[in-house]
Every structure is written in structure tokens, then in C-alpha cells.
Design a protein around this ligand. Sequence first.
Ligand code: HEC
Length: 186
Amino acid sequence: MDSFELNKIAGAVLAALLIIVASRTFIEIATAPHGGGEHAVVGYELPKPTGDAGGENAAAGGDSTAAGAPAAGFDAAKVASLVDSASAEKGAKLFSKCKACHTNEQGGANKVGPHLWGVVGRPKGAVEDFKYSEAMKAKGGNWDNEALAHFLHKPKEYMEGTKMIFSGFSSDADVADMVAYLNTLK
Ligand code: HEC
């Protein structure tokens, strides 16, 4: 038997193996459960916010530990303290990220989200003819700078179940500028 012959045999064996592996994979894909049984969970569970609104009115029943918030690397109270010296003009530019869903003028209509005229100081979820999520209705308290800062940093962290689909601002300065701008809407 020459080496050419051996090569042919080796090739045939490899080809056979390949076919076995490929068809097994194919069968696995074809028979993988979908529909019936348990649905695969897509993504991963986000950690539950521990600090809630941080220093927000304790009456709202939030967690008592303001120290819980910094675990996420974001300190709503600290950012709220930056609002007075933040730039409302920069915030106004950042509003381009909001205006698909929110109006900012007096008497403005609701869009995907409620109008934001006078939002600072107003109770959460208070626009009469807007259909808020249960999460918003249950949250309680007013929109002060700190609550807004936390919400705009990570809506879903501040309010699990909110229907505001916005990923949030990661930069503290952006959050402070945005809140400073919201303070001008009155
Ligand atoms: C994709 C649409 C969308 C975008 C973008 C969006 N929002 Fe919202 N927003 C909503 C919805 C919907 C709600 C109501 C949430 C609920 O009921 O849970 C909301 C609620 C709010 C509230 C609470 C208002 C109230 O009456 O209680 C504030 C404040 C707010 N948004 C600010 C902003 C700001 C500032 C931006 C831009 C940085 C922004 N949103 C971007 C859809 C959006």
C-alpha cells in the first residue's frame, strides 16, 4: 500500500467524521425546544437597585441607606448638588434626546411620554391625561433634582418597570445639565 492509498483512506475517515458531527449539530438545532416548554430567558437579570432614590423623602418608604446608591457608582445626591452650577444651555441641547417623546413648552401635548412643562416639583406621574406605568404610579413623591438625576441616569434602575425607554446619561455632568434645563421649564 503506498502513501497515496493511505491518504485516501485517511481522507475518507475524516469526511465520515465530518458528516457525523455536522448531522448531529443539525439534528440538535432542528430538535431544540422552541415554543413548547420553558422559554429561554434572553439577556440577564439586572441587579435590583439597593439605594432606591438615595436620600429621597424617607416618607416615600425608600431604603434608608443612602450609602446603597454609590454601589452603582452613581450618587444622585451628589449630582443633584451640581445642578445649581450646571449648564441649562447644554441641557437644552441634550433635550434633543428627549424630544421624540416629550414636549418642553407650556401647554405642550403628551407624546410617547408626558409633557415636561413644570415637571420639577410636580408629583411623579401627575399629568392627568397621560397613561403612566404602574411603576410610575406606585413610586410616590415629587420630582426633585435628586429623583430626576437618578431617573435620568438610569431610568430602569431608578424605577423598575418604567415604560420610558431611554438608556440614561452615563456622565454626571450631562445629568446635571439636563436637570438644570428641566428646572427652566416653568
Ligand atoms: C422613547 C421615548 C422617551 C424618551 C426618549 C424619553 N422619555 Fe421620558 N418618558 C417616556 C415615557 C413613556 C414616560 C412615562 C414613564 C412611565 O409611566 O413609566 C416618561 C417619563 C418621564 C418623566 C416623568 C414625568 C412625569 O410626569 O412623572 C421625566 C421627568 C422624563 N420622562 C424625562 C425625560 C428626559 C429629560 C428625557 C431625555 C433625556 C426623556 N425623558 C427621554 C418616554 C421617553
